[in-house]
Design a protein around this ligand. Structure first.
Ligand code: 13P
Ligand code: SF4
Length: 420
């Protein structure tokens, strides 16, 4: 089994209210203890990413060092197995199910599949959680995914290993500013990416994810609607170019995908002329233009199974390589080059907030009901409208999902939900 890069650090315990200005980290640089088993970047280069302390976003500086300091250390094998066994028991006792994103620790992904949960992109996670009969959803991803799960199932308990697992897109789209932006253009339909707070969703007419955004915007454009799009400017730009829709774009970005660099990708393509280039549409335009396939995490995964190529260059969070390699063990996966503030950083795309999900955090949440997503009922009811609109649209256009909890049976239902 491939294991996700882990960062050894004693987690800084400091109070850190959600979506408020972040603390400057005071700890020394964390140390990498393990890297991917496939074409992983050399340790020295990976460590270069650690020198990147802040990333500018639409609302100023976002301190990713804080997130890194909370990434749990990788557990020794024997301890990990014990924790996994205890989680399995707790899931049964609590009638709970684990819903994981492709970017989280591969051990968590494998545990989700082994226990009848799901591993998917953000749309599949939302659909799976809503359709499942469990009393408790344990969401291994980032906070907006937990909030979406709660909005869709207010009657369920939704737990997360760490409630401070954020997303730069969400952080870069505060409700007050976004709402003022919408108020300034009252004639426009408001379409927001799922990577937003419940408050921003509640301000929107539609929520979309990367796997269905293109279809929904095409639909709205065909109806003659002019749009506000937020918060990811790259995905918005990609969809705008594809559809020709009239879209005003919020200028947010993902700190992971924004780092992929076209010049270095061209070099890598030249070294591997037969490789297929897979790009998540949160990446810059210049990188998307070099792609053979552009799409959500699930769409990129499907491409690695369906296409004949033996080598793939992947421009998204490295966590996805685990499932890609598992599903196509004889194919080769190369991480697309990135360059952070340090020009020596190569192929080190990984989301620090996704990495905050740890097995012990999941066990703790299940044991104590800590990390529970609590949402105001009125807010959730309003946010449900655009979110449910997306799911209904997906169901109309694709096969309706009825999750049985049997992942082998359910898996085909979640494939190819839509083209991004
Ligand atoms: P997906 O919708 O492709 O899962 O993307 C969510 C995300 O956060 C990607 O960075
Ligand atoms: Fe947000 Fe980017 Fe992390 Fe996805 S990878 S959760 S978009 S910061």
């Amino acid at each position: 089994m491939t294991t996700r890069s882990a960062i050894k650090s004693s987690a800084m315990k400091m109070s850190h209210p959600h979506r408020t200005k972040m603390h400057a980290a005071t700890q020394s640089q964390p140390e990498f203890v393990e890297t991917f088993a496939y074409d992983a970047p050399p340790l020295k280069q990976t460590n270069a990413l650690m020198n990147q302390t802040t990333t500018t976003n639409v609302d100023g500086k976002i301190d990713i060092e804080y997130a890194r300091a909370r990434i749990p250390a990788e557990l020794p094998r024997s301890k990990r197995l014990q924790v996994e066994e205890r989680i399995k028991k707790l899931l049964i006792e609590k009638n709970a199910v684990l819903v994981a994103h492709y970017y989280v620790d591969p051990y968590i992904q494998d545990l989700a599949l082994a226990t009848g949960g799901c591993v998917g992109d953000s749309l599949e996670m939302a659909r799976f959680g809503q359709a499942h009969s469990a009393d408790t959803l344990v969401v291994a991803g980032v906070r907006f995914m937990g909030e979406s799960a709660k909005i869709l199932s207010m009657e369920k308990t939704v737990l997360m290993a760490d409630l401070e697992a954020e997303c730069s897109l969400d952080l870069g789209c505060p409700i007050e500013e976004f709402s003022a932006f919408c108020d300034a253009h009252p004639d426009r339909t408001v379409v927001v990416y799922a990577n937003t707070s419940a408050e921003v969703k509640a301000r929107a007419d539609w929520v979309v994810t990367s796997s269905i955004g293109l279809e929904i915007v095409t639909h709205l454009h065909n109806r003659g609607e002019k749009l506000i799009w937020g918060p990811d400017r790259h995905l918005g730009n990609f969809i705008q170019k594809k559809t020709g829709a009239d879209m005003l774009l919020w200028q947010g970005s993902c700190i992971v995908h924004n780092e992929f660099k076209a010049t270095e990708l061209v070099q890598l393509k030249n070294e591997h002329p037969d490789a297929v280039v897979l790009v998540h549409p949160e990446s810059p335009d210049s990188v998307v233009e070099l792609a053979d396939v552009v799409g959500s995490t699930s769409k990129l995964l499907s491409a690695t199974k369906d296409m004949d190529a033996s080598t793939f260059i992947v421009a998204t969070d490295l966590g996805i390589l685990h499932e890609m390699q598992k599903q196509s063990p004889n194919k080769r996966f190369l991480a697309a080059p990135t360059a952070g503030e340090s020009a020596t950083c190569k192929s080190c795309a990984f989301c620090p907030w996704m990495a905050m999900n740890g097995l012990e955090g999941i066990e703790h949440a299940l044991n104590t009901n800590s990390g529970e997503i609590i949402l105001d009922k009125k807010l959730a009811t309003r946010a449900l409208l655009p979110l449910q609109r997306m799911l209904d649209f997906a169901a109309e256009h694709k096969k309706r999902v009825q999750a049985s909890g049997d992942i082998v049976k359910d898996r085909p239902l979640f494939q190819n939900v839509g083209a991004a």
